[in-house]
Ligand binder design. Structure first.
Ligand code: BTN
Length: 309
């Protein structure tokens, strides 16, 4: 109902639409219309109600399901959760469809890679996307690389910032972290049951206080941007990338957007560290590190630090 109501009101914001017209178009009573309008106003929509009807003025930068027409049933929106990863895992195990998205305004225990915390203050974009491809687990990294590639592409094309990918899935602008990604997979016999991709993107928040080497889109542009547009474009872009069944093109394309290759790097896991030159990424996303003794080491996971040369 809210999707339809907003569609009518936003189609021509200069127009005042009467309660009578809305109830006729939507096949419901004027009282029901009024209740929905009141709810929308409480949620931050500026809708003027006057003697002749309702006039739409503006929307909050909120990620309510009805802001994603046609995908409402896939969007699970929360004000505050522990971590969207936990809710997405539960939904995935209970059989939710592929492309279900769990979004939260804030996370009390947002998780980063290698057991770090992901600070999730108001204004950022925090979500986990559930994917259910019928593939072998070895394909998992192609999905996560497709996600970081898609997000970087949207940030470049639609926001106009120089977003680059750092192995494995961070997005940096001028060497400062704009976005991080966490992937979790479960299997059923030897096939993927689901791949959950959790993304934290600094949009209209100020992450620098807690993470000195981070940056937000608001800091880069000096103005706020719509998180809804970024998420919508990202989901569309990723669907397009994933429409090619074997995803052979993902890693080669990722390489054209990365700033990790041919750099001196340090790779850190919870228990080990390696240094060397990042010479390549193989077809499954593993980093090929040329060590000081010229031996090539294949690294499947870890945090990558670009060494300043
Ligand atoms: C990292 O760079 O260390 C990965 C950060 C991933 C953060 C996102 S925010 C949404 C989702 N929920 C979480 O708890 N973590 C991921």
């Amino acid at each position: 109902m809210k999707t339809e109501l907003l569609k009518i009101l936003t189609s021509d914001p200069s127009r005042i639409v009467s309660g009578e017209q809305l109830s006729r178009k939507l096949g419901t009573s004027r009282v029901t219309i009024w209740k929905h309008i009141k709810k929308l106003q409480e949620l931050g929509y500026e809708i003027i109600s006057g003697p002749t009807g309702y006039q739409y003025k503006s929307s909050p930068d909120a990620l309510f399901p009805w802001e994603f027409p046609g995908q409402e049933d896939l969007i699970h929106y929360y004000q505050e959760v522990s971590s969207t990863m936990e809710i997405a895992k539960e939904l995935a195990r209970k059989g939710c469809p592929s492309f279900t998205v769990v979004i939260a305004e804030r996370q009390t225990t947002g998780r980063g890679r290698l057991k770090r915390q992901w600070h999730s203050d108001d204004g950022g974009l925090y979500f986990t996307l559930v994917l259910k491809p019928d593939v072998s687990p070895v394909m998992m990294s192609r999905f996560s690389f497709a996600a970081s590639l898609s997000l970087a592409q949207v940030l470049r094309d639609e926001i106009g910032i120089d977003a680059r990918v750092k192995w494995p899935n961070d997005i940096l602008v001028n060497e400062r972290k704009l976005s991080g990604m966490l992937c979790e997979m479960e299997m059923e016999s030897d096939r993927v049951a689901f791949i959950n991709i959790g993304i934290g993107l600094n949009v209209n928040n100020n992450p620098r206080e807690k993470e000195p080497n981070s940056v937000s889109i608001k800091e880069l542009l000096g103005r706020e941007v719509s998180r809804k547009s970024i998420l919508t474009s990202f989901l569309n872009q990723l669907k397009q990338e994933l429409s090619n069944p074997n995803l052979d093109h993902i890693i080669p394309r990722w390489k054209t957007h990365t700033i990790t290759l041919n750099r001196q790097v340090k790779i850190v896991t919870t228990s080990e560290e390696w240094e060397g030159v990042a010479v390549d990424v193989d077809e499954n996303g593993a980093l090929l590190l040329e060590q000081p003794n010229k031996e090539i080491k294949k690294i499947y996971y870890g945090d990558c630090f670009h060494q300043i040369s």
